[in-house]
Write a protein that binds this ligand. Structure first.
Ligand code: CA
Length: 755
């Protein structure tokens, strides 16, 4: 007895987070309290497995509304299979399932009040009480299938409505097999003409009766129909508390493949699928264990971590022979091999892909294979894919996504194809999708910048990103032993950022074809020469050559003053390019951080740049401010669009105490760690242990760093060193250490410093 008490006490005091289900810290509702004019994430609760082909979400919005689930809504209309990466891009391949009592088909009539107090949202399981029908709905997913459990009241007309949505759908009821099959074609672009999402739904309970419907009206006597907007209603005679289960699977390839995908559920019952889903999440999120923080910080961290491992999603399926195959959104039909989709590289090249390269290289290995397939099927790498090329954002940042992976030994089997794809895009633009390839490549290659006055919007943003992308291509070219003049061409082009730098303002500025700068110049003007930001936000987009930017500005002192100014100036703005205050502007304005706009991607690396100018303590100060003030595990938890893992991966990296300022280098630039201890288990089995025992809100400054017990002076870590496993000891203090990181030899990489 005594012994066991001692043992229990021992366990109590020595059991850190390791024994905890880390997935329990995730709140999938973070970011869902958003609207068009103000985003606190613009996310929905994605009930899914990591990188799963299908996500599920309760649906509060109308059919077709990008704001599919909004925290402030009162009613749920259905449970939607979704592939939506962002409300701005909207959904494809969606259909919904909704249990009701009585024959209510129309999305307004069938909608039910619900409460967050009668809702359980986890990554692997969702449950809600639908008050108007007295039905509890639960669902638990696999990668390409899901199981539902509906707990009905006593009712002769307990129903499940299946809604295949409009714009061309098909439904067939097969009562003798307790099955409904159908397809939806609803999409918002990026698909070939033969696009369909085939679904198969099998119940465990015989139907009392069933009907199909079209445009919300029952079509009597028919069991099968293809029309604009069709669905089915299945009726069950239930006693109170009776559970009806439905197995749902789908395929972008065929009904046959949808049946194959149903095998993911196997013979497991609801509880087993739920338990296995939880284990999968614990495994993926358990690669990083945190200790010595508050419960709020754990919840914020793991909620961000969850968002970092959803996109890009698997778009491939496993055929009867066990091989990966995919529907080609580019060519139509079925092709061999991997494909991932639903990500915009403009956002995710920054931190999300570098995060995969560090923690889940095997996933990016498959993604790179998929990129090679995309090039073969469409002649271009994607910049914004959902599921095929979409017209959105700027840059040619597939170069960063490919080169950073390649230089870290990922996707090397496809390097020839991928390098060819990168080269191919440097002088052309996709004929239909101007944000794929390089819009303005002719001007850029000839003049070294895209002029302001040639009707190519956001020209400075494009110039800056192409210059960085060219640096990425150069790095890959060097490693591939490409001809010297080819390497030199891209080295030269990577300096093109200098062509849009205006010394009179020390800022980036639009430049006309004749070489003059555009006037009038308002550095607070959003859009125009820039993309969803102003000159103050975009001037730092010289990821590969911050030293070159410092030199342009006239030295470190001015550079630091310019960085400081971003926080000092009030959040003034000029929104005339858009004609209204776009949500990104509003999100900057309300944060009380001057003109710093963490709610959008262009500036997210800026805080780390103090490290390039000998004042790393300022980076440490601001990074901690942003972690503490801009991220919470609440429904309004983000400070702008989350954007497919990018804004979340910023937090996950920053909490480690470092960040990939320039993907394509071997370096992570040091910030300030958040937790007393983090243990990262890499795929190669090595462990990265990060200790910061004194860390607190006050003790945010780094006094000293040791790697494996040896003092370490640089302001960056190298990937090649970290991947071998290491113990990093951060010694923290409430006073900046103004002796650390002040010597040039300790600065992070810049092209201009290369010998
Ligand atoms: Ca954004």
């Amino acid at each position: 007895m005594k012994n066991s008490i001692i043992t229990s006490l021992f366990l109590l005091f020595t059991t850190p987070l390791f024994a905890v289900d880390v997935v329990d810290y995730v709140n999938p509702l973070v970011g869902s309290m958003s609207k068009k004019l103000l985003s606190t994430g613009n996310t929905y609760p994605a009930v899914a497995l990591p990188w799963g082909m299908n996500f599920w979400t309760p649906q509060t919005g109308e059919m077709g509304d990008g704001w599919a689930y909004v925290y402030t809504a009162d009613k749920i209309r259905g449970f939607k299979q979704t592939h939506q990466p962002s409300p701005w891009i909207n959904d494809y391949g969606q259909f919904s399932i909704m249990p009701v009592t009585g024959c209510k088909i129309d999305q307004e009539q069938r909608a039910s009040w619900f409460s967050h107090k009668a809702e359980v949202a986890t990554p692997y399981y969702y449950s809600v009480y639908l008050a108007d029908h007295d039905i509890t709905t639960e669902l638990t997913p696999t990668e390409r299938a899901a199981m539902f459990r509906f707990t009905f009241p006593e009712n002769d007309s307990s129903c499940v409505v299946i809604d295949a949505f409009d714009n061309g759908s098909y439904i067939k009821v097969i009562p003798e097999r307790k099955t409904v099959i159908g397809y939806t074609t609803k999409n918002s672009g990026g698909v070939a003409p033969d696009f369909k999402n085939y679904f198969v739904i099998t119940f465990d309970t015989p139907f009392a009766s069933s009907d199909i419907w079209s445009d919300n009206k029952i079509v009597s006597g028919e069991k099968e129909l293809a029309a604009n907007h069709v669905g089915a209603i299945i009726r069950f005679k239930t006693r109170r508390g009776q559970a009806v289960h439905a197995k749902v699977s789908s395929s972008f390839i065929s009904f046959d493949q949808a049946w194959i995908n149903a095998k993911e559920l196997g013979n497991r019952n609801f509880e087993q699928i739920k338990k296995d889903g939880k284990e999968r999440w614990n495994d993926v999120l358990g690669r990083i264990r945190v200790e010595g923080g508050s419960v709020d910080q754990y919840r914020t961290f793991y909620s961000c971590f969850y968002r970092s491992v959803l996109f890009p999603r698997k778009f491939y399926e496993i055929n009867a022979q066990g091989e990966p195959v995919h529907y080609s959104p580019y060519k139509g039909g079925v092709k061999k091999g991997f494909l991932y989709t639903d990500t915009g590289f403009w956002d995710t090249f920054r931190a999300l892909f570098p995060f995969l390269n560090l923690v889940y290289p095997s996933v990016n290995e498959e993604i790179q294979a998929g990129l090679a397939n995309t090039y073969k099927e469409s002649g271009f790498l994607p910049e914004w894919a959902s599921p095929g090329h979409r017209f959105c954002m700027v840059g040619n940042n597939s170069a960063s996504v490919v080169a950073d992976a390649f230089l870290k030994g990922i996707g090397t089997a496809y390097s020839e194809t991928l390098y060819d794809a990168l080269l191919n895009a440097t002088d052309k633009v996709h004929p239909d999708i101007p944000s794929t390839g390089r819009w303005g490549a002719d001007y850029y290659n000839k003049l070294g910048y895209i002029p302001y006055d040639v009707k190519i919007p956001e020209n400075v943003a494009r110039t800056l990103e192409y210059a960085y992308d060219d640096w990425c291509i150069m790095q890959m070219a060097k490693k591939l032993d490409r001809p010297k003049d080819e390497v030199e061409l891209f080295r030269k082009r990577s300096l093109n950022y200098k062509n849009v730098f205006d010394k009179s303002h020390n800022l980036m500025r639009g430049r006309n074809q004749d070489g003059s700068f555009q006037t009038p110049f308002n550095p607070y003007k959003w859009g125009d020469a820039f993309t969803e930001g102003n000159s103050w936000h975009y001037t730092w987009s010289v990821f590969h050559d911050i030293q070159g930017l410092i030199d342009l500005m006239g030295g470190e002192k001015t550079f630091v003053q310019m960085l400081d100014s971003v926080f000092v100036v009030p959040p003034i703005y000029d929104d005339s390019y858009y004609g209204f205050c776009i949500h990104e502007i509003k999100e900057m304005q309300i944060m009380n951080m001057g003109n710093y706009a963490h709610g959008n991607q262009p500036i997210q690396h800026m805080l780390y740049l103090y490290n390039y100018a000998g004042e790393p303590w300022k980076a440490q100060y601001w990074i901690r401010e942003v972690m503490d003030r801009m991220y919470m595990a609440t429904p309004d938890g983000y400070c702008g669009d989350e954007d497919n893992g990018q804004t979340s991966a910023w937090y996950v990296f920053s909490a480690m105490g470092f960040y990939p300022v320039c993907p394509g280098t071997d370096q992570y630039v040091i910030g300030t760690p958040l937790f007393e201890k983090m243990t990262i288990t890499l795929e190669n089995g090595k462990k990265l242990i990060l200790n910061a025992p004194q860390v607190s809100k006050e003790n945010r400054y780094i006094k000293k760093i040791k790697i494996d017990g040896k003092e370490y002076s640089p302001t960056w870590f190298s990937y090649s060193r970290l991947k071998q496993g290491a113990v990093i000891d951060y010694e923290m203090s409430d006073e900046p250490n103004k002796q650390r990181g002040i010597e040039k030899k300790d600065y992070p990489y810049s092209l201009s410093n290369e010998k």
